[in-house]
Design a protein around this ligand. Structure first.
Ligand code: ADP
Length: 421
């Protein structure tokens, strides 16, 4: 089928989040990990390519996204969605603006919008400022993120150093007046040469109006929630047949593991809650860097997959800072990611078939290690986190890839229970 919307996500959990929300409408969504080396075949109406470029050097991120764009264009896509995190996760050196500008150049368009709002998960934008729950982004736990500490909440200010074009805003007062007024405001900004427009949204109804106004823009950028209304809008426009039929999820053998490399506040609560009842092993980046992952692998070898053990590097901000001071930020992240990737393979080879992974970067490292290249999207566990099904090492496995602050405190247990039904 010709692809209607080609999506590029800057990390793996972002991609599954987006794919899950698009799949809510009943349409078939295909998620590919990395740019496929083969030309498009058997494509779905909604194709999502997951990259691992959130914190990559700008030139590398732009090149990766351009390659993904070219593949999706080849698949027939005429509209594109650049998906990044609902907490923006992009400092002055970030890639959101540069990638958007590169895709705009490839498409020959003069304007795009930026809307990371995800009201269901407490991410809203008002007067260009991003909020996490009731806190401005820069006062939220995101200020301590290991890789992208967010020190400003204003999206225009965050974007300005990343782009060469002018930034602007369509504020909530306009959005509240509906799609037609949003369209007029965007056209006015375009006349003034404003290329990069942040759009306020505090509720799903706002996103519906924004999607309605912008559904035919060749490039949209934002969080997954902005894309959610698109399938039914395309159906209304006669571009897409939405049939409710979804493929039956495959039967996945038991044996589970939870791997957590996320240090986000919600993940810390989730790890604490799950480790109360499950066998658990805490990783120390300093020990990993010094002695390798042998001790943890030995521990894992003594655990029954049926007990669904958890291995985590999840730590408090002060512990993260201490490890980073000793090893350097990148190195601290890399030793943890490499170790968790190793444990995933070891667990699979011991019969584990159900994997819950916490952390965007962490999920990227784990999926890469498991050699997964294409995922089918299954049932949603929490807003933005579906179970996904794929093949690894000749086995059918299930993967739940959760980015930092998603899910409630009981997420790990809930995810595993959901697969039982
Ligand atoms: P999130 O989705 O919460 O942002 P990520 O996996 O994307 O989680 O990012 C967390 C990063 O922090 C990863 O690179 C991970 O390897 C790193 N990390 C995890 N635990 C520690 C720790 N104890 N000290 C330093 N860095 C850590």
């Amino acid at each position: 089928m010709t692809t209607l919307l080609g999506c590029i996500a800057d990390d793996f959990t972002g991609a599954t989040d987006l794919a899950g929300l698009l799949a809510r409408s009943g349409v078939r969504v295909s998620l590919r990990i990395g740019v496929p080396s083969e030309p498009p075949s058997e494509t779905a109406a909604f194709e999502v390519i997951a990259l691992k470029c959130r914190t990559a050097p700008v030139a590398e991120a732009v090149a990766d996204c351009r390659a993904a764009f070219a593949w999706l264009k080849n698949a027939g896509a005429q509209r594109f969605f650049w998906k990044y995190c609902s907490t923006f996760d992009s400092t002055e050196e970030g890639n959101i603006g540069p990638v958007a500008e590169a895709l705009m150049a490839d498409l020959g368009v003069q304007q795009t919008i930026y809307c990371p709002a995800f009201p269901e998960n407490g991410r809203s934008i008002f007067m260009g400022n991003l909020f996490v729950g009731q806190q401005p982004l820069a006062e939220s736990p995101m200020k301590d993120h290991p890789l992208t500490p967010m020190k400003d909440s204003n999206l225009m200010r965050l974007l300005a150093p990343q782009v060469t074009g002018t930034t602007g805003l369509v504020d909530r007062l306009t959005v509240a007046r509906g799609a037609a007024d949003i369209g007029v405001a965007l056209a006015r900004l375009a006349d003034d040469g404003v290329a990069h427009v942040v759009v306020d949204a505090v509720a799903d109804a706002d996103l519906q109006e924004i999607a309605t106004a912008c559904r035919d823009m060749p490039l949209l950028t934002g969080g997954s929630a902005l894309a959610m209304p698109l399938p039914s809008l395309y159906a209304q426009d006669g571009k897409l047949e939405v049939d409710g039929a979804k493929a039956e999820p495959p039967l996945i053998e038991p044996g589970a593991i939870v791997l957590s490399g996320s240090c986000s506040a919600m993940t810390r609560a989730q790890v604490a809650s799950y480790a109360k009842d499950a066998p658990s092993y805490r990783l120390d980046p300093l020990v990993l860097a010094r002695d390798g992952a042998g001790a943890a692998l030995d521990w894992l070898a003594t655990q029954s997959p049926d007990a669904a053990p958890i291995i985590y590097a999840t730590a408090k901000p002060e512990d993260v800072r201490a490890a980073q001071a000793e090893l350097g930020t990148a190195q601290a992240g890399e030793v943890v990611e490499a170790a968790l990737a190793k444990f995933a393979i070891a667990a699979r080879d011991r019969g584990t078939r159900r994997f819950v992974v916490a952390g965007g970067e962490t999920s990227g490292a784990v999926t890469q290690a498991l050699g997964v290249s294409r995922l089918d999207i299954g049932a949603e566990i929490a807003p933005g986190v579906p179970w996904t099904f794929c093949e690894s090492g000749g086995h059918q496995i299930a993967l739940a890839l959760k980015s930092g602050n998603f899910g409630t405190e009981d997420f790990f247990g809930t995810a595993l229970a959901k697969l039982e039904n």
